[in-house]
Ligand binder design. Structure first.
Ligand code: UDP
Ligand code: MG
Length: 310
């Protein structure tokens, strides 16, 4: 089989040489010669572009896609997936957090007939806060999602050509790859591994990018947030109806209404309902924004140039 390794790179000048070294060693050990490495330069502003050009000039196995600006990790992966020529694609981060030495084990599973082999993190070497928020997020996503999205699995995976064609032919925008990968079905295998620390440089996932990714996960795979506002609305209306009856009875049997100035309760209820409405609107906005993205049909990324790819 021919394997295509796809590596999204955003300002990764410090790790690219090390990555190439480790990938070279891996393929040497596997005694595999039929492979390609597609580096996707996601609008880097450091020396990443020139290092990629140099790598692809010196070694025909290296191919590159340069995007016109920073489109984000998921878009960079999609750009790579649109250009691979192998039988299977292997998605790998540039920062060597996910060890390329595992390629052999992924290929083994592929040869056993699994079309999706995804890495599941046994241990993460990251700070406590990051670990805890990731864990919480995946738990929530799993609770809400319409499909079974495995816990603790990132984009580190091997996908058969068939699975990739299905995923990239979907017209939906803001693709959440690790969700779609489960959604497509086929024979899937969870491969456990230990996740390392980033080799060098800081994480390229800013809080904003992480929020976008987590929203794509929830809005892309769950309609529960829409239903939450629906049920919350019904619940509150019933509550109000009950309260109205109670107030009416109190009005008849006591003189409580003469002692209540009514100001606090009025303000509180205005605030409360204002809040509920904004909340519901925000939820709906989340979906409408995504519908808008899909209807606009803008490309998910724009290619500026390619190396060793026609
Ligand atoms: N990345 C990218 N575009 C971005 C952000 C990240 O192509 O806008 C790449 C980055 O170069 C790396 C991978 O995506 O190869 C994962 O990013 P990072 O390691 O920063 O994320 P983390 O591991 O901290 O979640
Ligand atoms: Mg990383």
């Amino acid at each position: 089989m021919k394997l295509s390794v796809i590596v999204p790179c955003y300002n990764e000048e410090k790790v690219l040489h090390l990555l190439a070294e480790r990938l070279g060693a891996v393929f040497l050990e596997l005694k595999a010669d039929d492979y390609e490495i597609i580096l996707v330069n996601d609008g880097s502003t450091d020396r990443t572009e020139s290092i990629i050009k140099e790598l692809s000039k010196n070694n025909g196995k290296y191919k590159a896609v340069h995007l016109s600006r920073n489109f984000g990790h998921q878009a960079a992966l999609l750009a790579g997936l649109a250009h691979f020529t192998g039988d299977a694609a292997f998605l790998l981060d540039a920062d060597l957090q996910d060890p390329p030495e595992l390629i052999g084990r992924f290929i083994e599973k592929y040869n056993e007939g699994y079309e999706v082999v995804y890495g599941v993190k046994k241990a993460r070497k990251e700070n406590f806060f990051k670990k805890a928020t990731y864990r919480l997020y995946y738990k929530i996503l799993r609770m809400l999602a319409e499909i079974d999205i495995p816990l603790e699995s990132g984009d580190f995976c091997l996908l058969s050509r068939r699975v990739v064609s299905v995923i990239i032919s979907m017209p939906e925008r803001n693709k959440f790859l690790r969700g779609l990968r489960s959604w497509v079905g086929f024979k899937q295998y969870a491969l456990e591994y230990n996740r390392d620390k980033r080799r060098s440089g800081a994480s390229k996932y800013t809080i904003r990018k992480l929020l976008k990714l987590s929203n794509d996960g929830i809005f892309g795979f769950s309609k529960v947030p829409l239903k939450v506002s629906f049920w919350l609305g019904i619940f509150i209306c019933l509550g109000c109806f009950g309260a109205a009856i109670i107030f009416f009875i109190l009005y008849l049997i006591s003189d409580i209404h003469n002692k209540l100035p009514g100001y606090t309760s009025l303000i509180l209820s205005i605030l409360f309902f204002g809040g509920i409405q904004l909340f519901a609107l925000g939820l709906i906005g989340g979906y409408i924004g995504r519908i808008y993205d899909t209807v606009r049909n803008r490309p998910e990324y724009i290619i500026k140039g390619k190396d060793n790819i026609v």
